[in-house]
Design a protein around this ligand. Structure first.
Ligand code: NAI
Length: 279
């Protein structure tokens, strides 16, 4: 990519949720949005203040930070009031938030702690509903805006170690569709990007992540998509070039989702099993 960008988001304003550190997908999206000419606020849970390095990104992209726990109505309402004060009405929202509590605490799917499960669904999926709700209620979201969330193919298919997060992503994608219908009357669109396994804090919290990463990389004709390429796709979805795209879950996975098996996996399996020789 040209480092000067293409001005895709010139004159656009927004808010990006979920940058924690340099590895975060939202971090790359913020850098790409800045490169494309956008002005925006950054947001994360107050606890991320001591866990991450959002201040560095804020300085780099000349952005204010509005701290808000995405499972708190009060904090989100306050954040969107601040956004409105800073920018007036905004043109985009990026939801790049995820947290699997049972996954983190290594509780298996067939023995979930239901309080944690609720929290997982609340933080990882219902938060998208809350965010859009408060953006609309505070009057912070402009007609014709674009809302984008991050998902994973575990919403449609079983990835054994993805556990409760598969349910969270299925709910997230359903919310994208249900809100898309309602927001359409204001020409606001909402989509999710279904991204390849990516080495981030959220990613590495999943046991078996390395296997998921390597498997996808060996299957996808283009290999795994990294956070930078995801960010390039994201800015296109925030731009006017995709103004008629809504309610979609868009795979950004190097072709993984359409594949069955690849030569590379066949060779690897043959190596492991000692099969595939004619003798
Ligand atoms: P990350 O750990 O860098 O980002 C997750 C973010 O969620 C963090 O900034 C964290 O502070 C924030 N968060 C957690 N609880 C919160 C709360 N209560 N309120 C507000 N923010 C909260 O990891 P990553 O991978 O960049 O995750 C971003 C999104 O991408 C997530 O939705 C994730 O599920 C999705 N995704 C990640 C993939 C991966 O392999 N890393 C693959 C496909 C999708």
């Amino acid at each position: 990519m040209e480092s000067s960008g293409y001005g895709l988001l010139k004159d656009k304003t927004g808010i990006i949720f979920g940058a924690l550190n340099e590895a975060s997908i939202a971090w790359s999206i913020a850098e790409a949005a800045y490169r494309e000419g956008a002005r925006f606020a950054l947001s994360n849970a107050p606890v991320a203040r001591r866990l991450g390095s959002l201040d560095i990104l804020a300085e780099k992209t000349e952005s204010p930070i509005f701290w808000a726990d995405a499972s708190s109505d009060e904090e989100l309402e306050a954040a969107f009031s601040q956004v409105k004060e800073e920018f007036g009405q905004i043109d985009f929202i990026v939801h790049s938030i995820g947290m699997g509590i049972n996954v983190r605490k290594k509780r298996p799917y067939d023995d979930l702690n239901y309080d944690w499960y609720h929290k997982t669904l609340d933080i990882s999926a219902v938060s998208l509903h809350r965010i859009v709700h408060h953006a609309v209620e505070t009057g912070a979201l402009a007609d014709g805006a674009s809302v984008l969330a991050l998902s994973y193919i575990g919403a449609q298919r079983v990835f054994s170690e993805y556990s409760e997060m598969g349910d969270a992503k299925a709910l997230l994608e359903s919310i994208v569709r249900a809100l898309g219908y309602r927001l359409g009357k204001r020409r606001i669109r909402i989509n999710s990007i279904s991204q390849s396994p990516t080495r981030t804090v959220a990613g590495s919290g999943i046991s078996g992540f390395d296997a998921m990463f390597e498997f996808a990389d060996r299957i996808a004709p283009l290999g795994n998509a990294d956070a930078e390429s995801c960010a390039d796709y994201a800015v296109v979805l925030l731009s006017d070039f995709t103004r008629m795209v809504t309610m979609q879950n868009l795979f950004h996975d190097g072709g993984f989702s359409t594949m069955g098996i690849s030569d590379r996996i066949v060779e690897d399996m043959n190596d492991v099993l000692g099969t595939g020789t004619d003798e």
